[in-house]
Write a protein that binds this ligand. Structure first.
Ligand code: F6P
Length: 341
């Protein structure tokens, strides 16, 4: 079979492990040929390809990023985008696509699959917010990076008797904040699912200082104050209509300092969470997803996405995979709240 592969959306550690697994299994077990599309949906939209054979995937298992490149291009916002993608696929003799992406990239795959093009999806996002899979690869690495940062910030916070605020990624879902905050012993965790009251945050901070320890606040970039309690934030919008967020950490820094009289400093982890080598967990998960995606194509299980359910890799319909975001449920947040203050 001649299979096209693309990686779209925000990159994450483990993408190269998936690509390697897809190519190694496809070539060695099924005798497949591959076409690498560059930069997500931009590749098929503009006919931009690269060689993707066993030689091209040698040595990439532990490497962060993606050898295919990535972008947030949405063919459905481009002129005649769907037809251009299908024309490229036909012209190159590509019989099926493996699409590695998050909510946005896979929603395009879902639409394209309805045209009859055989597509299998592989979920990826450091945010871990795709409803149909228990975990996405990239998440464990992001949480590990954020936890290490929190561990380091604890010691300098103690030396200077300061509040340290760590802003992590998570636009709609607070999974990275929740897990790194729990693992790193944060005194307050703020997530998009639970609007916060700045006075309550300040009370936790004062309580922590009263016990002669310095507080660490972990905040997801998409965390919001209860309406009307702090100035609102906004910014540019990307091709999928998402507002580019920034600034909650810095806003908290000034509000906390003004309200408590304590020194506060914000650290914005940003893309550090997405870069570098994947953890062993993410390498294994990504590898298993890649192997399962190739099997799915050969078994005729198209229009599906590979997903982790418990310890098993299973298939779910693509349409279901992108239907709902997986948000932090109140009972998971309540586990973290035990340690606030
Ligand atoms: O969706 C993954 C993600 O890392 C989000 O956590 C974050 O909001 C976004 O990507 C950042 O996007 P960009 O790299 O385009 O700034």
């Amino acid at each position: 079979m001649r299979i096209g592969v693309l990686t779209g959306g925000g990159d994450c550690p483990g993408l190269n492990a998936v690509i390697r697994a897809i190519v190694r299994k496809g070539v060695q077990v099924y005798g497949d040929e591959f076409v690498g599309f560059r930069d997500g949906w931009r590749g098929p939209l503009e006919g931009d390809t690269m060689t993707l054979d066993v030689a091209a995937v040698r040595g990439i298992l532990p490497r962060g990023g993606t050898i295919l490149g990535s972008s947030r291009t949405n063919p459905y916002s481009a002129d005649d985008g769907e037809r251009r993608v299908l024309d490229t696929v036909r012209r190159l003799g590509v019989e099926a696509l493996v699409v590695v992406g998050g909510e946005d990239t896979l929603s395009v795959a879902t639409k394209l699959a309805t045209t009859g093009l055989p597509v299998v999806g592989v979920p990826k996002t450091i945010d871990n917010d795709l409803g149909a899979t228990d975990y996405t690869f990239g998440f464990d690495t992001a949480v590990t990076v954020a936890t290490e940062a929190i561990d380091r910030l604890h010691t300098t916070a103690e030396s200077h008797h300061r509040v340290l605020i760590v802003e992590v990624m998570g636009r709609h879902a607070g999974w990275i904040a929740l897990h790194s905050g729990l693992a790193g012993g944060a005194n307050v965790i703020l997530i998009p699912e639970r609007p916060f009251r700045i006075d309550a945050v300040c009370e936790f901070i004062e309580h922590r200082f009263a016990s002669h320890y310095a507080p660490i606040v972990v905040v997801a970039e998409g965390a919001l104050p209860v309406e009307g309690t702090l100035p609102s934030r906004g910014g540019e919008v990307d091709a999928f209509g998402h507002v580019r967020l920034s600034g909650i950490g810095n806003l908290l820094e000034s509000e906390i300092a003004d309200r408590t009289g304590q020194e506060a400093r914000a650290t914005v982890l940003g893309h550090v969470q997405r870069g570098g080598s994947p953890t062993a967990f993410d390498r294994v998960l990504a590898t298993r997803f890649g192997l399962a995606a190739v099997d799915a194509l050969h078994d005729g299980n198209v229009g599906q996405m590979v997903a982790l359910h418990g310890a098993s890799v299973e298939l779910v319909p693509l349409a279901e995979a992108t239907a709902a975001l997986k948000l932090v449920p109140p009972e998971r947040f309540a586990e973290a709240e035990v340690f606030f203050g």
